[in-house]
Design a protein around this ligand. Structure first.
Ligand code: SME
Length: 177
């Protein structure tokens, strides 16, 4: 059983503790659905004042909802729409203090007031986005952005690192991948 410890100290210290928990949770697993599901649950239950935490994955055309915690969400988001589309398109984290003031914001849960979306890229390849919503306006600051970007990196590393290890093992065994 995975036991979560409550977070303490400054916000950067709390995110460092959360990152360590995430590393432990994702360690040894490269399945991106499994990792996305567990990371969503970890973050949703660890941080206060959130109403949605989850992933959208790029299917080659648009973003499609993946594992999440919160109310049911819109399934598909074109890259030219919403905060998620903006993060995916610009490759930059979108930290939105007031979602109602964001042109094209897509309201999945009417309770959402602020939002943070981290793009997920493997080199130049768009993987998807990691999205968190809050019912509190201006909920996310620079510490949250740095913390969520580190968690997103942890997710990408866990999924890719294990694939690399697997490939190396297959090559060593002399089997064509
Ligand atoms: N608000 C997002 C849509 C996804 S939900 O928040 C879960 C957007 O504007 O892209």
């Amino acid at each position: 059983m995975f036991a979560t410890a409550s977070l303490s100290g400054t916000k950067p210290e709390q995110y460092a503790q959360l990152l360590a928990q995430a590393r432990g949770l994702l360690h040894g697993e490269r399945d991106r659905i499994a990792n996305a599901a567990n990371l969503s649950a970890l973050v949703y239950h660890a941080l206060p004042q959130l109403n949605w935490v989850g992933f959208y994955f790029f299917d080659g055309t648009e973003l499609v909802v993946g594992p999440f915690q919160g109310l049911p969400a819109c399934v598909r988001i074109p890259l030219d729409k919403g905060v998620c589309g903006a993060a995916a398109r610009t490759r930059r984290t979108q930290r939105v203090e007031d979602v109602n003031a964001f042109p094209g914001h897509i309201a999945c849960d009417s309770a959402s007031r602020s939002e943070l979306v981290v793009p997920l890229y493997d080199g130049d390849a768009l993987i998807g986005v990691f999205d968190i919503d809050s019912p509190v306006p201006g909920r996310f600051d620079g510490d949250d952005q740095a913390g969520m970007e580190a968690l997103a990196r942890c997710f990408l590393d866990a999924c890719a690192l294990e694939a690399g290890v697997l490939e190396a093992g297959v090559l060593e065994a002399g089997v064509s991948p």
